[in-house]
Each structure stands twice: as structure tokens, then as C-alpha cells.
Design a protein around this ligand. Structure first.
Ligand code: PHE
Length: 478
């Protein structure tokens, strides 16, 4: 089989999966979503989803990758044949490829902003700047399609370069340097936050639960975020799992990935909100939290420019170790299916995602409001793409859970999991019932909140589709 590569070490999958999981989702999205959704309550739902739904599906997705040893699309094609199930399950692979492409398109644009801020910080341009200047600066960046496209291009090209060099020379070696550096930087920023900020207020904000604070939309966001942050349901983990040596423990690794990812989000949240509260700023700034509120906090603090620069390097490193995992599943598919060389495959994926990214770029300026897009979809292209991925990832996760839970046989799962029967039964119960129920529940809850026709229509399609698929599947599990 052409694509049958294996990581060089037993622990590389853990490194790669953590690299994929820890990203803009932890450093940018998690803090601002928490800030917008009232803090602790949001975190409670997020953490519950990670543990009851995220970890079991993480195991399921890795398992599908490792048993098939191919890219998600080809791997699912193979599994539907060997398990005599409907070809429709191949949709897991295709849906994943679409999600990867959509996520990469906006991910690279946002990472591009971080590139801009790394530059601003390290050149000391924002030292002592006031709130007005800093928020105007962000607006100027958003108003400039050419500047945003420039950074977007740089970022996506760098990611492509790493993936193009292959899983050993590119991805593995890149991660081996980046990941330890990222953890050190994160600690530096946390200590800085504790010294210069208000860590008590931050902890209070993050860990006080009041479930009434959470809106319906907040529930969907918390759940979507837990899939997003674990890179679940879109094939990245499946693709990396395909390179995982057979002797490495799936269960332990999956728990470690979820644990590290959650810890990074919490530490980042603690550090960021310490600085925000310390400077007496607002928490609910939305996406601008990292790019307006935080630079303002750095502008007023001792050594702010330096630590701010280091912080944005952290953001960039985390983003690039995630974006490579968005390119890999699609690139691996193109190599396997069409016998392309790796550079060719990577180029195709990246150029397409780059072009799609231009939609996100113009969402903040030329197409900001009043265009046909807004009339049709009730939101900007960026918001729409983000919404789609927020739906596709749980949907992919649901299908993965159903397939792994119902179509794989007990003996093959036991062999892969390498654990005892009790744990196997617990896992199977979670992926058969709890995961699918939780995902459906969240979608059902969003339906009454009619916001255009988009959410209810997709939600209904989602449930009908999942049901139809599960009917067509042959239950071969014992
Ligand atoms: N998990 C990444 C983050 O938190 C985002 C991501 C999603 C990466 C899906 C790969 C696949 O930033």
C-alpha cells in the first residue's frame, strides 16, 4: 500500500495529536468564547463534552485510522468493504475533507493576524499606546484586504512547506522543535500574568459556575468548541492515527491528548484574563480579545512588548502545528488516490484553501455588510464558514462514533484498544449511545432558536441523515 507510513517513535502520535489539538482554538477562540458566554458555565459544558464525548470519539477516530492505515477517505472506503457496510459511511472521509478545507481557509487568515501582531510587538510599535490607537490599529488591519491576504499567504505557505517535506522530515521534526518551545513560552506568559495581572479575578471568572449564564447558542458553541479544540470529526486525527505504530496504547494516548489540550486552554485562559483584569479591561470583546484587549494590556505593562512578542510567537507556533494537520488528511488522500507526489498534493489542497480564505478576508471589509451573501445567509462569509464547521465537526464525530461503535467487531476493537473488557464496554457504551445522544441533543436544542433558516435546516438534515445512515448499516458487532 502506497501510503503506509509509520511515525518513527511510539510517542510521536501523541506529539502530533497534541500539536494538532493545541492551536488557535485554545489560545484565541476558547478565551473569547468563555468571555462572551459568562465564564464558568461555558467551561463546565465544554469540559463535560470533552470527557464524556470527546475522549471516546478521539479513541474511535484514532482507531479507524490505525485499523485502516490509510487516509480518511480511502480508509473509510476500505473499512466499508471489509465490514460489508453501506458505502455511505465513506461520507465520514468526504465530510472530513470538506471540513479540513473550510477550517484551513479561515484558520490561516486568523493566524495571519497573529503574524501581524508578532511584528507590531517585536518592533515595539504599540508600547504605551492607548485604547483608541490599539483598536484603530486592529480596524485598519481588518479594513485592508491586501495586508490580510499578504499574511494569510505567508502563513499558509509556511504550513505547506512543512507538510510538503513529508511526515518524517517535515511534520515530525517540525513538531519536535515547536512543541517543547510552546510549553515553555506558555509558562513564561502565565508567570508574567500572575506577576503583572490579577490572577484571582481570572480564576474567579473562569471557575465560578452559573449555568443560567449560558444561552442556547452558548451550548452549541461549547460543544462545537470541544470538537474544534480536539481536532475531532474531520479526519486529522484519523490521518495521524494511520501512522501510529500498533503497539502504542490508544486509550492512554487519547486521554493524554485531551488532558494536555484542556490544560493548555485553561492556562492560556488564566494568563490572558489575568492580564485583562489586571489592566481593568472588558472580557466580552469577542474575537478581538486577543488582538485588541491583550495588546492593550501588554502596552501598559513592564516588558510588555517583549512578552507580547513572545506570546504571539506562541500563537503562531500553535497555529502552524494545527494547520499542518488540516493539510495532511487531504494531501494523503490525493497521494493515495491519484498517485500524486506529496508536493503536488499539498499544493492543490493549499491553493484551494488559500483561495477560499479570500472569502474570510473580504468578510471584514469589502463584504462586511449589505452584500448578497448577508441577505442569503444572514451573516458574513467568515461567520457562515465557521458555523458550517461547527456543525460538520460534531456531525463527523457522530458518524465516527456510530461506525466505530456499531460496525467494528468486538475482537478487532479489543485488539486495538489493548485494554480489559470493562473499559471496552464503557467505551462502546459511550460511542454507541452517549456521544450520538449528546450531539443530537445539542442540535435539537438549537432548532427553536430560529436564526435565519440555516441552523434549523442543517440541524434537521443532520438528524435525518444520521438516522438514515444508521439504518442502512449492517450491525456486525457482537
Ligand atoms: N484543534 C485546533 C485548535 O484548537 C484546530 C483544528 C481543528 C486543527 C481541526 C485541526 C483539525 O486550534
Amino acid at each position: 500500500m502506497s501510503g503506509h507510513n509509520v511515525w518513527t517513535h511510539k510517542g510521536t502520535f501523541l506529539l502530533a495529536a497534541v500539536g494538532s489539538a493545541v492551536g488557535l482554538g485554545n489560545l484565541w477562540r476558547f478565551p473569547y468564547l468563555t468571555g462572551e458566554n459568562g465564564g464558568g458555565a461555558f467551561i463546565l459544558i465544554y469540559a463535560l463534552t470533552i470527557f464524556a464525548v470527546g475522549i471516546p470519539i478521539l479513541i474511535a477516530e484514532t482507531l479507524l485510522g490505525r485499523t485502516s492505515r490509510q487516509s480518511p477517505i480511502m480508509g473509510m472506503r476500505h473499512l466499508t468493504k471489509t465490514h460489508k457496510t453501506s458505502r455511505a459511511w465513506e461520507s465520514i472521509g468526504w465530510l472530513g475533507a470538506v471540513s479540513a478545507f473550510l477550517i484551513l481557509s479561515f484558520y490561516s487568515v486568523i493566524a495571519g493576524w497573529a503574524l501581524h501582531y508578532t511584528w507590531l510587538m517585536l518592533t515595539g510599535s504599540l508600547v504605551g499606546a492607548d485604547a483608541q490607537t490599539i483598536s484603530d490599529g486592529f480596524d485598519t488591519l481588518l479594513a485592508s484586504p491586501s495586508l490580510m491576504t499578504f499574511y494569510h499567504t505567508l502563513f499558509i505557505a509556511a504550513s505547506a512547506l512543512i507538510v510538503g517535506m513529508g511526515i518524517h522530515k517535515g511534520i515530525e521534526s517540525g513538531l519536535r522543535i515547536m512543541m517543547p518551545a510552546l510549553f515553555i513560552i506558555l509558562m513564561v506568559v502565565l508567570i508574567y500574568g500572575i506577576i503583572n495581572g490579577d490572577v484571582g479575578a481570572a480564576a474567579n471568572f473562569l471557575f465560578t459556575f452559573n449555568i443560567g449564564d449560558l444561552s442556547l447558542e452558548g451550548w452549541l458553541q461549547a460543544m462545537g468548541q470541544s470538537f474544534f479544540t480536539l481536532s475531532l470529526g474531520m479526519g486529522a486525527i484519523m490521518a495521524y492515527g494511520a501512522y501510529m505504530p500498533s503497539e502504542a496504547s490508544l486509550t492512554r494516548t487519547a486521554i493524554a491528548v485531551a488532558f494536555v489540550d484542556t490544560a493548555v486552554a485553561m492556562v492560556a485562559g488564566l494568563a490572558i484574563f489575568s492580564l485583562v483584569f489586571g489592566a481593568g479591561l472588558e472580557t466580552g470583546q469577542g474575537p478581538g480579545l486577543m488582538f485588541v484587549t491583550l495588546p492593550l494590556a501588554f502596552a501598559e505593562m513592564p516588558f510588555g512588548a517583549l512578552v507580547g512578542g513572545v506570546f504571539f510567537i506562541l500563537v503562531l507556533g500553535a497555529a502552524i502545528s494545527s494547520s499542518i494537520s488540516l493539510i495532511e488528511p487531504v494531501a494523503a488522500f490525493l497521494v493515495e488516490r491519484f498517485d500524486m507526489t506529496r508536493p503536488q498534493a499539498v499544493t492543490i489542497m493549499v491553493v484551494a484553501a488559500w483561495a477560499m480564505g479570500l472569502l474570510t478576508v473580504v468578510s471584514f471589509n469589502v463584504w462586511a455588510e449589505g452584500t448578497i451573501f448577508h441577505t442569503l445567509f444572514g451573516r458574513s462569509a467568515f461567520d457562515f464558514i465557521e458555523l458550517l464547521t461547527n456543525i460538520f465537526m460534531p456531525l463527523g464525530g457522530l458518524l465516527i462514533a456510530l461506525f466505530a461503535g456499531w460496525a467494528l467487531t468486538q475482537s478487532e476493537v479489543m485488539k486495538e484498544l489493548g485494554t480489559n473488557k470493562t473499559w471496552f464496554k464503557t467505551w462502546r457504551f459511550l460511542v454507541r449511545f452517549v456521544g450520538p445522544a449528546a450531539v443530537s441533543f445539542v442540535f435539537l436544542r438549537t432548532i427553536p432558536q430560529v436564526d435565519g433558516y440555516v441552523i434549523p435546516t442543517l440541524g434537521a438534515l443532520f438528524i435525518v441523515g444520521a438516522f438514515a445512515l444508521s439504518q442502512r448499516m449492517r450491525v456486525s458487532a457482537s
